[in-house]
Design a protein around this ligand. Structure first.
Ligand code: GRG
Length: 290
């Protein structure tokens, strides 16, 4: 199957599962349900669920067995975006081309939406039929909190307006965005009951992919691509925060992204099986224009 067809299949699948989850878990507040729908079922590339499905499938597990981890990782991602957009953080007006949650609703609702999305992620994983459920919970918690995304966000806030070295920038991004991308791949592996060696090899792939994805994100920001609506773009991005193109130049950053994808794909050669989807996703991560 071509990557485009595959990504459509996976994205459609996780969107339907998320829609159903929000309906099944809706509580007494209709407003909260509306704000959750607004923030979760609003497009997005669904990269993290795609990685769960592609990894799980390459290891021979059914799509159905990947639904819960695929939803969980997207729920955490969605929560992070809602909170990241808040005035106290990045203070963004637009997300995915629409008003951010706190603009469409209000700040208090956006804080609660983030909280609810986070707890729903762990509820989605709590499946007593899944032997790896506990390991999945641990993986996602570690990637989301003090050892992962939240720490990365904190480093980002602390580093604002400062000149960061390449090592510092890498540390920031490996936590802020890399940790969840690594978790997505590991969750696919855990869904398939993969052994420790396979999980470690997959992690080498995911680490390089996560960084490549971020380098490309910086490149898109700096180039001020029109489709990055709602982000700080172009020279604004260079002025306010450290970026790969800022440190390496645009060509240097492009080269770095390509090297990282090469590294990511090379690591898959150490595994038996058919890994073309993960190779295609890695290449897409640096060729995308949104
Ligand atoms: C608030 C705890 C907390 C964390 C926020 C990930 C994050 C941490 C903030 C997002 C800020 C940002 C724009 C980072 C650049 C890379 C990135 C994660 C972009 C958004 O992810 P995509 O491109 O988004 O996968 P879509 O919309 O496609 O889901």
């Amino acid at each position: 199957m071509q990557l485009e067809e595959l990504t459509r299949l996976y994205a459609t699948r996780v969107n339907a599962a998320l829609d159903q989850l929000l309906t099944e878990t809706a509580g007494p507040s209709e407003l909260l349900k509306q704000a959750l729908d607004y923030s979760l079922l609003n497009g997005g590339k669904r990269l993290r669920p795609l990685l769960v499905y592609a990894t799980g499938q390459a290891l021979g597990v059914s799509l159905a067995e990947c639904d819960r981890p695929a939803m969980a990782v997207e729920l955490i991602h969605a929560y992070s975006l809602v909170h990241d957009d808040l005035p106290a953080m990045d203070d963004d007006d637009l997300r995915r081309g629409r008003p951010t949650c706190h603009k469409a609703f209000d700040e208090a609702t956006a804080i609660l939406v983030g909280d609810a999305l986070q707890t729903l992620a762990f509820e989605a994983l709590a499946d007593e039929q899944q032997p790896s459920a506990l390991a999945m919970v641990k993986t996602l918690a570690q990637a989301s909190g003090t050892q992962g995304m939240v720490a990365g966000q904190m480093l980002d806030l602390q580093g604002e307006g400062q000149q960061l070295s390449l090592e510092e920038l890498e540390r920031l991004h490996s936590h802020k965005t890399g940790a969840l991308i690594r978790a997505a791949v590991r969750l696919g592996g855990l869904a398939a009951g993969a052994n420790a060696v396979t999980l470690t090899t997959l992690d080498t792939y995911a680490k390089a992919l996560g960084l490549a994805f971020q380098v490309q994100d910086d490149l898109l920001d700096v180039k001020g691509d029109e489709t990055t609506l709602g982000k700080k773009t172009g020279s604004d991005a260079l002025l306010h925060k450290a970026t790969y193109p800022g440190l390496l130049g645009v060509e240097g950053a492009e080269q770095k992204a390509q090297e990282l994808v090469k590294q990511a794909c090379a690591s898959l050669n150490n595994l038996s099986g058919e890994w073309s989807s993960l190779v295609a996703l890695a290449n897409w991560s640096i060729n995308r224009n949104f």
